[in-house]
Design a protein around this ligand. Sequence first.
Ligand code: NAG
Ligand code: NAG
Ligand code: NAG
Length: 548
Amino acid sequence: MRNSPSKNGSSGGHCRNFTDAVWSPFIKSGLGISPNRSYALVSLIILLAVGAFISTRLLLDPTVCHPKRHSTSVTASPKTKTQTHTISPKYPLPTTVITQNPKPEFTLHCPANETTTGSTCPRNNYPTTTSFGDDNPNHPPTATCPDYFRWIHEDLRPWAKTGITREALERAKKTANFRLSIVGRKVYVEKFQDAFQTRDVFTIWGFLQLLRKYPGKIPDLELMFDCVDWPVVRAAEFAGVNAPSPPPLFRYCGNEETLDIVFPDWSFWGWAEVNIKPWESLLKELREGNERKTWINREPYAYWKGNPVVAETRQDLMKCNVSEEHEWNARLYAQDWIKESKEGYKQSDLASQCHHRYKIYIEGSAWSVSEKYILACDSVTLLVKPHYYDFFTRGLLPAHHYWPVREQDKCRSIKFAVDWGNTHVQKAQDIGKAASDFIQQELKMDYVYDYMYHLLTEYSKLLLFKPEIPLNAVEICSETMACPRSGNERKFMTESLVKRPAESGPCAMPPPYDPASLYAVVKRKQSTTTRILQWEMKYWSKQNQTGS
Ligand SMILES: *[C@@H]1O[C@H](CO)[C@@H](O)[C@H](O)[C@H]1NC(C)=O
Ligand SMILES: *[C@@H]1O[C@H](CO)[C@@H](O)[C@H](O)[C@H]1NC(C)=O
Ligand SMILES: *[C@@H]1O[C@H](CO)[C@@H](O)[C@H](O)[C@H]1NC(C)=O
């Protein structure tokens, strides 16, 4: 499964920028929302549907737009390191916990000579039941999943009435990198084409870890996965009455025009090539990094670093850099990948990249994995209008988690945002904090797994055929993946290995949106954004009049 860059990877370049991002409020369930409706009508609808009129004051008060959600920890399992070499005398074993309640524990069973490739999948490696479930009346109550889980229903809606036939699944093979089957708790992968770098490897690794976290709870299924950036299942082709049902295709991002099913990207388990470690440890570092420099003591400018070459919109952004002629409050840097690779991608300092009060997000040619790193900074994220979404970004709200920036006339938009933030420091800090809280709480690794759990469970219910072991497939397990590897790949796999089953069940899946509430959510985002942009226009026309 080791991959080399291939034609698939043409998109990878832009994705290696850690400073761009995406959010998309779009829906694709065919509600026929017209962007041309008059503002008054929109306001009226919101007034009726939500029962709240968003004034500028309210808009800037996050508690108004965004009721507090549950942030209860679902699996509060004590972290007990079991590899003796990682135990330092400073951190003695929590013996009371272990002796009181011995938990089944997974380890990697690699052959003694690790250079041999003959790793096999161990039998009876997984405990037969988890400690939660119907059979355990004492399992702790579970919290409701974050709101963005509701999009799972929307992503699967195209098949809600028809179900998924084998024929539809096979049509998804056209662009897929691999087929993954789960049959009787075992994972089989049939590979069709190489993916860029180790995208597919770490994606499959994620599936394996999910099975370790919830052994016996993941239903049998077959799915097709495409590791390339851009969504390809065009909704328009499947819209007619007699149109075939769309092929169900899993990938990392989607947009308004497509029906691809979004799934957490590989970087949650690590990005070996650029030395980005698994999310769980990175998240902790980012949290600690934020404590190093409080918001008010950060540079009062908007920061971006990335590869401007991959998209025109990024080259356009570069015009906003500080110069002799302009001060648009932007500090922009081109990533030097050759230099960085020579220096071994010291991306461990992602956590120390939060040195500006504002960080800009701009898409490359599609979504980018960097969004979570930027949002986690405590800085105000200035989000240049995105066109793609990934699995969690649909939970982000303008003026609460980020500040919207226009695609056209970016420089003025950025200057306005930064000036506003520097004169409304408390509100600006609140936005920065809301975003990093969202990332720390609602996007913690437990929820990433729970998202996978619920998506796969709902998906499997739609299958109209019995999942099978594909003819050309091989059984894959953590051992066959990790044991033969070395370097970052081995390191990140060891680090992200799920070592014990979850002690509580996954969070409770929130219900689907009904059409009216989905409409209200989408419209609310749009009107908040519109409100800010109108406000900005007013500001600039005043500035223009006073001739500055
Ligand atoms: C491990 O296997 C390789 C290849 O078979 C061999 O060259 C090497 O000597 C072995 N190492 C040990 C420690 O047995
Ligand atoms: C932006 O301006 C700064 C300061 O002059 C400079 O160091 C940096 O290289 C510029 N960025 C780009 C992409 O030209
Ligand atoms: C302000 O002036 C600039 C430069 O002439 C122009 O591009 C921009 O559209 C004007 N903005 C408003 C809101 O009038």
